[in-house]
Design a protein around this ligand. Structure first.
Ligand SMILES: NC(=O)c1ccc[n+]([C@@H]2O[C@H](COP(=O)([O-])OP(=O)(O)OC[C@H]3O[C@@H](n4cnc5c(N)ncnc54)[C@H](OP(=O)(O)O)[C@@H]3O)[C@@H](O)[C@H]2O)c1
Length: 328
């Protein structure tokens, strides 16, 4: 299969590209810089110089593609996330970029599949109830509105018929040793504080990055058009996640961060991050046979901490000469 991937160089994009290449697919990744072109070559993909907001360049990029995986995003770092304006580029990618990409895909006679990783934390406060894409999302906050706009574009692709499939996969919050958000959370935990916002008894959907990547690859040729939830098998309450993080970083327990600080770090997304959302992955499992390898945060947090420590160790020797030079 010839697969065009946006966001191919991101936290989720890199494991997706590795899996696609290993499975024998031809992968073209949208690239906006020579660094990303080099990275894509290294991953075994072909970089394509295209602009997500330029229809002509997208039509050229999709010339004989069979499928599109649209992973581009610009979520601001936690130091800037408190400002609504910091989300403007992300909103533009989700709304205008997804519209342009779907329009280009519809113009191509070869593109039959469009897969988009959406966000699972769109549901209303649901207490202990199991929920999934059959439940109606909450009235969207400013930054959730464009997530739902992007899902509507995927539905527009699917509705065009002609054997086309469009799948929006609502992912839990990704955790990965490569994700800056996970590194921030570990830093907070090492300082002795709980790095997840919201009430301790509320459920928070998570998914390990490799399981999320597998789901996207599986969706290329399995599952009917529609919206599915990609989360781990056993969603945990925030207090249980905090206990899992504490155990993984070798602390008996973590203290809650002041609410005003969590609000600042979460920005306009804090409200949705704080609801109780016990999301089920069973519909996607039944539709495709996908199953996560990391069943919950109790299994995943030790992996995260170990991989983070290994990454820090690998970075240390190459940093050492620079640090020595800086000290002179
Ligand atoms: N992270 C999570 O917790 C989470 C949870 C649920 C769903 N998701 C979804 O998963 C997808 C991937 O997220 P991620 O965590 O892998 O993001 P990421 O690590 O921030 O990667 C973003 C990717 O998008 C590209 N990009 C940024 N601005 C672009 C633009 N204007 N035009 C084209 N490409 C652009 C980046 O490449 P450049 O180097 O060119 O900027 C990079 O390849 C997104 O759709 C996100 O909404 C993420």
């Amino acid at each position: 299969m010839k697969v065009f991937v946006t966001g191919a160089t991101g936290v989720l994009g890199r494991p997706v590209v590795r899996r696609l290449v290993a499975a024998g697919h031809t992968v073209r990744g949208l690239s906006r810089s020579s660094e990303n072109a080099t990275l894509l070559h290294r991953l075994g993909a072909e970089p394509v110089d295209a602009d997500l907001f330029d229809l002509v360049s997208l039509q050229t990029a999709l010339r004989d593609a069979d499928a599109v995986l649209h992973l581009a995003t610009k979520i601001p770092p936690s130091t800037r996330a408190w400002r609504l304006s910091a989300w403007a580029e992300n909103d533009r990618i989700r709304r205008d970029g997804t519209h342009a990409l779907v329009t280009a895909a519809l113009a191509s006679p070869t593109v039959k599949t469009f897969v988009y990783p959406s966000f699972a934390l769109v549901y209303p406060e649901s207490g202990d109830e199991w929920i999934d894409a059959e439940n109606t999302p909450a009235a969207p906050t400013a930054i959730e509105a464009t997530t739902l706009d992007a899902e509507a574009e995927v539905a527009r692709f699917a509705a065009s018929g002609d054997g086309r499939r469009g799948l929006a996969l609502r992912m839990g919050a990704l955790y990965s040793p490569d994700a800056p958000s996970a590194q921030d959370q570990l830093r907070i935990a090492h300082l002795g504080f709980v790095p997840v916002p919201g009430r301790p008894e509320g459920y928070m959907p998570l998914v390990w990055v490799d399981d999320a990547a597998n789901a996207l690859v599986v969706a290329l040729d399995r599952g009917d058009s529609g919206i599915y939830d990609i989360v781990d098998d056993h969603p945990l309450r925030r207090a249980e996640i905090a206990a899992a993080i504490a155990a993984a970083v070798g602390r008996k327990r973590l203290r809650p961060l002041p609410t005003w600080l969590m609000d600042l770090a979460g920005g306009p997304g804090t409200e949705s991050l704080s609801r109780s959302q016990r999301v089920s992955n069973s519909r996607f499992k039944a539709a495709t046979g996908w199953t996560p390898n990391v069943r919950d945060a109790r299994a995943g947090m030790p992996l995260l901490v170990r991989a983070d420590a290994e990454r820090a160790q690998e970075a240390a020797p190459s940093d050492a000469p620079e640090r020595m030079a800086a000290r002179k």
